[in-house]
Design a protein around this ligand. Structure first.
Ligand code: CA
Ligand code: CA
Length: 356
C-alpha cells in the first residue's frame, strides 16, 4: 500500500506526517492526564493483576475523554483563527491531519498509541447532524406537527414500518400531557437518553437497532437521532426549527431535510459535501438549488455544532489484530456527551457520562 495520500487540497501528506501531527497534539494534552495515570499505575502495584489491568484500562478511557475535550477546544480555536467556523468529517481515506482532527480520532488507535500499558480507541461524533427527538413535543402538551412530519419522513427513509405510529408513541412519551394512545407508563418529560426508546410499547432489540441505526450493544448513541441539546423547554418557545449541521448529517437525514430527494440524490449531495465542506447555510441552499431542490419546512441549515458524543475505550492485554487493534484484553469504555461553550473562556460541559 502506498505510504502517501493526496489530501483534498491536493497536497501530498505522508502517513508518518499525519501520525506526527497527532502525536504532537496528544503529547500537549497528555501532560494534563499523566499525573492521574501515574497515580493509578502506582496504586495498581498493590492490587491483583487483573484488577490492576482494569484500573489502567479505565484510566486510559478517562484520559481519552480529556483528549477529546482538548481536540474539540483546539478545533474551535483553529476555526476562529482560520475564519472558517465549520465542523465537518474528514474520512480516513483523505486524512489531512491539520483540520478537524476530532473527526479523525478513529484512526488514533491504529496509527500510534501514547500509552505504554494499553491501547486507546477513541471516536468523536457530531450530534448536530441528527434529529433531536425532544423537538417532537412541548411542555404545553401539544405535539409539534411540523417536527412530527419530519420525524415520520426520517423514520420512513430509515425503513421503519408504520413510522407515524412510532412517532405517536414517542410524542406520548415526551409530551407533558397524560392523554394519548400510547400513554401507559409514559415519562411525560423530555428524553435524557436515546435508550428511553427501548421503554416504548412493543419495542424489541431488532426494532430498536433499526430505529437508531446502531447495534443493540451500542445503545447510547444513534446514527440519526439525538436528545441533545435539550434546549426546547429551556427556551420556552413553542416552535423551534430543526437546526442541522449539513456537514455531518448522514444520508438519511439529508433525504429528510430536502424535499423530493431520494437516496441517490442525497448520496450525490453528501459526496459533494465530503469533497468540499459547506462554509455557510447559504452555500448549502445554493448547492441543492443547483439540483433544482429546496429545503423542507421547519429546517434550519447550519455548518457547525457544539455537541459531540464520545466513546473512549482503554484496552490492556490481548492481541493486536491486522488493523493494529487489541482484541481480547481487559477493556473499559466511557461514553460521554460533551458541549463546547463559546466565549472568553472556552470550555467543555459534560452533558452525559457513563462508564461501563
Ligand atoms: Ca471545526
Ligand atoms: Ca404524554
Amino acid at each position: 500500500m502506498s505510504n502517501f495520500n493526496i489530501s483534498r487540497k491536493g497536497r501530498f501528506i505522508s502517513k508518518r506526517g499525519i501520525a506526527l501531527l497527532i502525536v504532537l497534539t496528544v503529547i500537549a494534552v497528555l501532560s494534563a492526564v499523566v499525573v492521574e495515570f501515574a497515580y493509578t499505575t502506582r496504586v495498581s502495584v498493590n492490587l491483583g493483576s487483573s484488577y490492576r489491568d482494569f484500573v489502567i484500562a479505565e484510566s486510559i478511557a478517562r484520559s481519552g475523554i480529556e483528549i477529546a475535550k482538548k481536540l474539540l477546544l483546539q478545533d474551535l480555536n483553529s476555526d476562529k483563527s482560520q475564519g472558517d467556523m465549520s465542523d465537518f468529517k474528514v474520512t480516513s481515506e483523505e486524512l489531512t491531519g491539520d483540520d478537524e482532527l476530532w473527526s479523525q480520532t478513529a484512526m488514533l488507535g491504529s496509527i500510534f498509541n501514547p500509552f505504554e500499558e494499553g491501547q486507546l480507541l477513541l471516536s468523536i461524533e457530531d450530534e448536530g447532524g441528527k434529529f433531536n427527538l425532544n423537538m417532537l413535543a412541548g411542555m404545553d402538551g401539544s405535539r409539534d406537527e411540523k417536527m412530527a412530519q419530519l420525524a415520520i419522513k426520517l423514520f420512513t427513509n430509515i425503513g421503519v414500518e408504520n413510522s407515524d405510529e412510532l412517532v405517536g408513541k414517542i410524542v406520548d412519551w415526551i409530551d407533558g400531557d397524560t392523554f394519548g394512545e400510547y400513554e401507559y407508563g409514559a415519562k411525560n418529560a423530555q428524553m435524557d437518553s436515546i435508550t428511553e426508546l427501548a421503554l416504548l410499547p412493543e419495542m424489541d432489540y431488532l426494532k430498536y437497532s433499526k430505529i437508531t441505526g446502531v447495534a443493540p450493544d451500542m445503545p447510547l448513541f444513534s446514527r440519526f437521532l439525538t436528545v441533545y441539546p435539550q434546549r426546547r423547554y429551556e427556551e420556552g418557545a413553542k416552535v423551534i426549527n430543526w437546526t442541522v449541521n449539513v456537514n455531518t448529517a448522514p444520508k438519511e437525514v439529508l433525504m429528510t431535510i430536502i424535499r423530493d430527494c431520494d437516496e441517490s440524490c442525497a448520496q450525490s449531495i453528501m459526496d459533494e459535501i465530503s469533497e468540499n465542506h459547506m462554509r455557510s447555510g447559504a452555500e448549502f441552499i445554493n448547492l441543492i438549488g443547483s439540483y433544482g431542490l429546496e429545503l423542507e419546512q421547519g429546517v434550519n441549515v447550519v455548518v457547525r455544532s457544539d455537541v459531540f458524543s464520545v466513546i473512549s475505550e482503554g484496552i490492556v492485554g490481548g492481541e493486536e489484530d491486522e488493523h493494529g487493534r487489541r482484541r481480547g484484553g481487559v477493556s473499559s469504555v466511557i461514553r460521554a456527551v460533551l458541549r463546547r461553550s463559546e466565549g472568553e473562556s472556552n470550555n467543555m460541559d459534560i452533558l452525559y457520562w457513563r462508564k461501563e
